[in-house]
Design a protein around this ligand. Structure first.
Ligand SMILES: [Cu+2]
Length: 151
């Protein structure tokens, strides 16, 4: 019996591990907020800036707002949006990104995003990097973003 258990336990641990990974690898929850698949594109050449994208879903009855982020690997980290100006798209820093009640904020290429400036090291394919999202109501939420290939 004991010998059999010894064989089963590592198997169970493996199954549990795989299950957890499938369910939660890129999703985070804090209160009514879901933080879905934070990702960035791999750096190209010596680019010293990168952008992080994520979907923020608010299942609650009150609006929340993303106020900022903390990232150890860059000189600065800002919230940006894209705006049309004189026929071209330009990035502009914003104070906050609203996450409406019963709605979501989509940080995506060409739209709102988290900008990392003065990266100390390149964002390499398949890396997971630590980032702290700071919300007005939900507070600080540590997450990891994954570095993916540009599509
Ligand atoms: Cu930007």
């Amino acid at each position: 019996m004991y010998r059999r258990m010894k064989r089963i336990i590592p198997l169970l641990a493996l199954m549990l591990g795989l299950g957890l990974q499938g369910a939660s690898a890129h999703d985070y929850q804090k209160g009514d907020l879901s933080i879905i698949h934070p990702y960035a594109y791999a750096s190209i050449g010596v680019a010293r800036a990168g952008a992080v994208f994520v979907t923020l879903r608010n299942g609650g009855a009150r609006d929340d707002a993303l106020l900022g982020v903390e990232f150890d690997g860059s000189a600065r980290a800002e919230l940006h949006t894209h705006k049309h100006e004189n026929g071209t798209m330009k990035m502009r820093p914003v104070e906050q990104i609203m996450v409406p009640a019963q709605g979501e904020a989509n940080l995506q290429p060409g739209g709102d995003h988290i900008m990392l400036m003065g990266l100390e090291s390149a964002l390499k394919l398949n890396q997971s990097r630590d980032l702290v999202l700071i919300f007005r109501d939900a507070g600080r939420v540590p997450v990891q973003f994954t570095v993916v290939e540009r599509d």
